[in-house]
Design a protein around this ligand. Structure first.
Ligand code: ATP
Ligand code: MG
Length: 630
């Protein structure tokens, strides 16, 4: 058994002892009476009876010891702002925000819906909730009024915090406008709306008696002292909706103590970052990666965290790396989709900057195909670690846990189950798959600390959505499809919904996508299963090429299509060969960067693309329609 395997084993076999040790990484106002209460499965309460506070752990305890240390580094390539907040300054701003909340009648257990661009006030707004025991629900800025209204009605916030506008690609994007519209659509709109006026949308309308100006309030509370409210470990800290890739988003409810411990432990064992170091997570606060690894975890670990408003390509594809150089980033966290975007750019941008501070690059959110994994690790010359998890879990389920020992990285694999997760691959009847056998990814409960406690206000939906795949044994599953090899390395093959059944052979979309990516002309690809009279289903591919010159004539397109098919034949066999490979210039994704395969598949089968409220660029669907028609 390797050192890591033993570590993992202990986290399962001596669960309470293991987590009691991890719990020492954070501050408790009152220690837990019971480490794990699993008396009402599948519900679990971690560190029952313990009292803590996320804001105290993320801010106060560092501000007391190292007031001048960097806490929040704000960079906007949209407005040109660059501001650094020390821990002492961050605490002051959070206390001011918390005082405003209290003035507006917000207290423990009340919901605050945060609909904000990537600005420092969003970070203050989140931490201020944690400080007073209010429950935040951050909704990705950029969701349309309808999506916002649905989330308002589900969370029923007392207060909403927003801004006049965001900025994307140099253009203002209205926020306040959408807030007004959403409040009209909602059945349970908030009583108060706090607005950060960035001066980007001059003269936006204000609703008398409801809208409150942040700057005006802030000056009233410059010297505010707001003590932290200690909360019982299993009390909710936030609600966050899943990405909606497979349909209607679920309101994930997170606890307080378990989450705090899970994040603190993950910084030590997985992300390996500590005091004096800087973390750069290129996500958005509207997603789980942003909650955990832009805001909470790096601060809990006493690091400086970078909050970046901008795209990966402006002013040029070197922007992220210039930030790494300037702030000596040691831990970086991004998404495979972003790396595939960079792959289409000039690799010289990666060589232009001094990246010697960087220890690891972590990628999560979607399958990281082997060619992309190999490419980015080769370019950077540091370990690139794929980690697999979900909004539901809040922190990784599969990863190369290199803080325990230097787990060798295998390209295309997020490696091993993370400590705390008894993760296995199951057959549809509930029995366990052998090595090399495809199946459903499941976790034997209890879920470890940090994972969702329930679906907000819908305990029944929690059980039926996540614990009802089979009854013996009862396992947690969000229906991903995966495989484990002889050495125990895992590969996520896609979602069960995306499995393609070709003449009785079950193929994960990811396997075929990976094979297509194996052709060096391809930057990115989506494969979907399309109904076929003869074979049941046939794979169909939509690919983006690195160099448009490869497809600028009908002959070249046909030639490349043949070549790519051959690549698939060679690596997976003719059974996996796509019926067609359509070349387009962009793929439909959610705002969080996930491929909308269900919409692509629907179009390919001549159906309606379904719920598109979370789509990033709707014009990509027109390209698919055109490709299918042509
Ligand atoms: P919804 O649940 O609303 O349909 P979603 O599943 O896309 O949306 P998220 O919680 O943002 O919502 O995404 C989690 C999913 O993303 C995982 O279940 C998995 O399918 C995929 N995923 C995340 N990280 C990885 C990874 N490293 N490798 C493969 N797949 C990943
Ligand atoms: Mg999901």
């Amino acid at each position: 058994m390797t050192t890591y395997q033993a570590f993992h084993r202990r986290s399962i076999d001596q669960r309470d002892e293991f987590w009691a040790e991890q719990a020492r990484l954070i501050h408790w106002n009152k220690p837990a009476e019971q480490i794990c209460d699993f008396s009402r499965p599948p519900f679990v309460k971690w560190f029952k009876g313990g009292e803590t506070n996320l804001c105290y752990n993320a801010v106060d305890r560092h501000a007391a010891k190292r007031p001048d240390a960097r806490a929040l580094i704000y960079i906007s390539t949209e407005t040109g702002e660059e501001t650094i907040y020390s821990y002492a300054e961050l605490q002051r701003e959070v206390e001011r925000m918390a005082a405003i909340y209290q003035d507006l009648g917000v207290g423990k257990g009340d919901r605050v819906l945060i609909y904000m661009p990537m600005i420092p006030q969003a970070c203050f707004a989140i931490l201020a909730c944690a400080r007073i025991g209010a429950i935040h629900s951050v909704v990705f800025g950029g969701f349309a009024a309808g999506s916002l209204a649905t989330r308002i009605d589900d969370a029923r916030p007392k207060l909403m915090v927003s801004a006049d506008a965001g900025m994307r690609n140099g253009k203002p994007v209205p926020y306040k406008h959408l807030v007004d519209e959403a409040c009209k659509l909602a059945e349970f709109p908030p009583q108060k709306v706090l607005i950060v006026d960035r001066g980007l949308d001059k003269g936006f309308p204000r609703v008398a008696g409801r809208d409150v100006d942040y700057a005006e309030q802030r000056v009233k509370h410059l010297d505010a002292k707001v003590p932290v409210t200690w909360v019982e470990s299993s009390e909710p800290s936030y609600i966050l909706y899943t990405s909606g890739t497979t349909g209607k988003p679920k309101g994930v409810q997170r606890d307080t103590g378990g989450y705090c411990v899970a994040l603190a432990a993950s910084m030590q064992h997985i992300y390996t970052g500590g005091e004096g170091e800087t973390m750069f997570t290129t996500s958005d606060i509207g997603w789980v990666v942003g909650h955990s690894y832009i805001i909470y975890a790096p601060l809990i670990a006493g690091m400086a965290t970078i909050m970046y408003e901008g795209t990966p390509l402006r002013p040029d594809a070197g922007i992220w790396w210039s930030i790494v150089e300037k702030y000596k980033v040691s831990v970086m966290f991004s998404a495979p989709t972003a790396v595939r975007v960079l792959k289409k750019q000039d690799p010289a941008f990666l060589k232009k900057y001094d990246l010697s501070s960087l220890k690891h690059l972590f990628l999560a959110g979607e399958p990281l195909d082997q060619p992309t994994h190999e490419w980015i690790m080769g370019e950077l010359g540091i370990p690139v670690i794929d980690n697999y998890w979900q909004t539901e879990t809040g922190w990784p389920m599969l990863a190369a846990v290199r803080g325990v020992e230097k787990t060798p990285i295998k390209f295309g694999s997020p490696s091993f189950p993370v400590y705390g997760y008894d993760l296995r691959i199951f057959r549809e009847d509930g029995s366990e798959c052998g090595a090399g056998e495809k199946g459903i990814v499941g976790v034997v409960p209890p879920l470890p600390p940090g994972c969702l406690s329930t679906v907000w206000g819908q305990d029944e939906r929690f059980v039926s959505t996540y614990f009802s795949l089979f009854t013996n044994p009862v396992v947690y599953s969000s229906s991903d499809w995966g495989i484990k090899d002889e050495q125990g390395y895992h590969t996520i093959l896609g979602r069960m919904d995306d499995v393609i059944n070709v003449a009785g052979h079950r193929l994960g979309t990811r396997e075929i996508e990976e094979a297509v990516q194996g052709h060096n002309a391809i930057a990115e690809v989506a494969v979907v299963g399309v109904h076929d009279e003869l074979k049941g289903q046939m794979p169909m591919a939509f690919a983006v090429v690195k160099d448009a010159g490869r497809i600028d004539s009908a002959e070249k397109r046909a030639a490349l299509e043949k070549e790519v098919m051959k690549t698939v034949d060679d690596s997976l066999g003719a059974i996996a060969r796509p019926a067609r490979i359509h070349f387009i210039s962009g793929l439909p994704k959610t705002r969080s960067g996930k491929m909308l395969r269900r919409s692509i598949q629907a179009l390919a089968e001549g159906r309606d693309p379904g719920d598109l409220t979370t789509i990033d660029d709707p014009s990509t669907l027109d390209q698919i329609r055109a490709a299918l028609a042509g």
